[in-house]
Design a binder for this molecule. Structure first.
Ligand code: GTP
Ligand code: MG
Length: 326
């Protein structure tokens, strides 16, 4: 399968036997930690059993709310995710975290340890953190992340937090995959506000200026508010919030804003949310198929078509259509 290759850059590895799937899914649905870990591994590697596993998980989906945290490197995404985990756990909610290409670890929410007693993620059955490398996948969010969302959802996690660095294709992908999109900025990140104007700003349901304790945070806030005011298009204007992830300041307000957007999204129904992710997966798979077809045409069909284009017999777009059809 082409997606498995482009996903991880390596061939699928043998995992569990298909016969083990019903028992595994039952344990995942019971929220059993080791079963969740096993399922996630199967889905990340896209093992031979993964398609059947996804199918078996399917009847158990639709509960979780997926919240994307995206923004420039070093803005404090992981620290903020930690703080959100602590708050969510304080409310008794179960949290799954997917961190794509993290350069700094998510600990599982010990950051507000004085206020809300937390053990590390490893000791807490109700927090599951999985880091994911997107290296080897060409551009954008790895489809593995979307598959892991299904495993977490079936396991009954209330919130699934998805941390990604907001660059290029990633931000578009996060917009497709997450139900609620939190875009994080911070003072002192240079040109990044400029970049946000063009891309990240467009996808935000909630804008956060983190590192509120740093000089310039108020200015960053003003800049973002200004950029928002000239944002084209209609729709609900995202709130702009200030947080200090390291102290937890502003995090209750962020929780409140996420709940407000979450309620709005929940009203659409889980099918609409999952349909968006399905559409995204189809589009990615289609792009993989096209890439495969181009590769397969090298030295053969593609060269013949190039001759026809050179001779003026065929327009490049017509040649492309022919390449995909034949
Ligand atoms: N002063 C201050 N420092 C912060 C705050 N939030 C995070 N930091 C620090 O900023 C640095 C980067 O924080 P991370 O949470 O790792 O940032 P990130 O956005 O996840 O970074 P990448 O995953 O590498 O893109 C760390 O040293 C944090 O301790 C904050 O609110 N105030
Ligand atoms: Mg991080």
């Amino acid at each position: 399968m082409s997606s498995s290759r482009t996903d991880t850059g390596r061939a699928p590895r043998g995992g569990i036997d298909r016969a083990e799937i019903p028992a595994l899914v039952a344990r995942v649905c019971a929220g059993e930690r080791r079963a969740v870990a096993a399922a996630v591994t199967e889905l990340e590697r896209m093992s031979d059993a993964a398609p059947d596993l996804l199918k078996a998980l399917h009847p158990h989906l639709g509960h979780a709310l997926v919240i994307g945290f995206t923004g420039p490197p070093g803005a404090g995404k992981s620290t903020l995710v930690n703080a959100v985990i602590s708050h969510a756990r304080g409310e008794g909610r179960r949290v799954g975290v997917i961190a794509v290409d993290p350069s700094s670890p998510i600990s599982g929410g010990a950051i507000l340890g004085d206020r809300i007693r937390m053990t590390s993620a490893l000791d807490d059955d109700d927090v599951f953190v999985r880091s994911l490398a997107s290296r080897g996948y060409l551009g954008g969010l790895s489809p593995a992340a979307v598959r892991i969302i299904d495993a977490f959802d079936a396991a009954g996690f209330d919130l699934i937090l998805l941390e990604t660095v907001g660059t290029g294709q990633n931000e578009i992908d996060v917009a497709e995959v997450a139900d609620v999109r939190v875009v994080i900025s911070a003072p002192g990140l240079g040109d990044d506000i400029q970049a946000m104007k063009s891309g990240l700003l467009e996808i935000a349901d909630i804008l956060v200026v983190n590192k509120g304790d740093r000089p310039g945070s108020e200015q960053t806030l003003q800049q973002l508010a200004g950029a928002l005011s000239i944002r084209a298009g209609i729709g609900i204007k995202p709130p702009v919030l200030k947080t200090t992830a390291t102290s937890g300041q502003g995090v209750p307000e962020l929780m409140q804003a996420m709940a407000t957007v979450g309620d709005r999204v929940a009203a659409l129904g889980s099918e609409a949310r999952r349909r968006r992710r399905a559409r995204y997966l189809i589009a990615r798979a289609a792009a993989d198929l096209v890439a495969d077809r181009i590769k397969a045409g090298q030295g053969g069909a593609l060269d013949k078509l190039a001759d026809a284009v050179l001779a003026g017999d065929l327009a490049p777009s017509a040649a492309a259509a022919k390449l995909l059809k034949d």
